[in-house]
Design a protein around this ligand. Structure first.
Ligand SMILES: *[C@@H]1O[C@H](CO)[C@@H](O)[C@H](O)[C@H]1NC(C)=O
Length: 269
């Protein structure tokens, strides 16, 4: 077990992801994960909701840092307008292998998502809560290089009493029945631990999961799949007291989307 820290960050006006990442490097910090926030997928309903969903906060970046690195007060003062953090214990093997695992995922051949966005946009949203017309419209409005770009979903999880065993079952059913078909791959899992001032464990969060999808359309297609909905309703929903999922795009040191094959892409969010 090794501790890592998660940081959702809103940058100060005038600070770009590239200049922020440069200031981290100058301070000797090399994040395990550095990503730009793409979109909320599922909002927290109670835990941390006041902080995460506060008016006027637009989260810009997600960092995952190893225990030996911390953002210094001077970097924080210069660049960070708002921050939400969590500590999690995870396997040192997952973390040390992360760069290689992720590079392989970013470069792997991808099956099409197979989601009919036009049908979803017209659908009665009450019939398919999982793939809303709003999400379908968001995806179809994206430029091609972002619509087809790999994404990572940060999941924070809080269990109902006794929910943990059921959630393990969900993980198994998810992997066996739906995950692989849509290219979903769990990259990092961890247990939330107590930490200093803002105590995410005390707030009630239990676990984190960081999950790869070949594109946001793959996630949307999966969410709209009957098999997924059955697994979600049978095993996931009852296990959870609260959860959130935020979709991020991992970036290179210059703040641009990481892509093994198309380095020229410039990201406009
Ligand atoms: C699981 O089902 C609930 C209720 O229908 C829905 O709100 C949620 O988005 C689903 N989860 C995912 C990850 O799609």
């Amino acid at each position: 077990m090794v501790l890592c820290s998660l940081h959702l960050i809103a940058l100060k006006d005038g600070i770009t992801p590239a200049s922020f990442l440069a200031s981290l490097r100058e301070a000797g910090i090399k994040p395990i994960v550095q990503a730009r926030v793409f979109r909320w997928m599922i909002l927290p309903t109670q835990l941390s909701a006041g902080h995460l969903l506060a008016r006027n906060i637009h989260w810009d970046m997600l960092l995952m840092l190893s225990p030996s690195t911390q953002i210094s007060e001077s970097v924080r003062a210069a660049s960070i307008a708002a921050e939400w953090t969590a500590s999690a214990g995870t396997s040192s093997k997952l973390l040390s292998g992360y760069a290689a695992t992720n590079a392989a995922l970013l470069n792997s051949a991808v099956v099409p998502a197979g989601v009919d966005l036009d049908a979803a946009k017209k659908a009665d949203s009450s019939k398919n809560l999982e793939l809303t017309p709003e999400l379908a419209s968001f995806i179809s409005s994206l430029p091609a290089h972002l619509a087809s770009h790999p994404v990572s979903m940060l999941n924070l999880i809080s269990f109902n009493p006794g929910g943990q065993a059921q959630y393990v079952k969900y993980g198994q059913e998810f992997s066996a029945r739906v995950g692989a078909r849509y290219g979903g791959r769990v990259k990092i899992v961890g247990k939330v631990t107590s930490s200093g001032a803002e105590d995410t464990k005390q707030e009630g969060w239990d676990e984190i999961a960081f999950v790869h999808y070949p594109s946001i359309a793959h996630f949307a297609a999966m969410a709209g799949d009957k098999d997924y909905q059955e697994v979600n309703h049978t095993y996931r929903l009852g296990a959870l007291k609260d959860t959130f999922i935020i979709c991020v795009l991992e970036v290179t040191d210059d703040g641009e989307v990481v892509d093994g094959t198309r380095k020229e892409n410039k990201m406009k969010l």
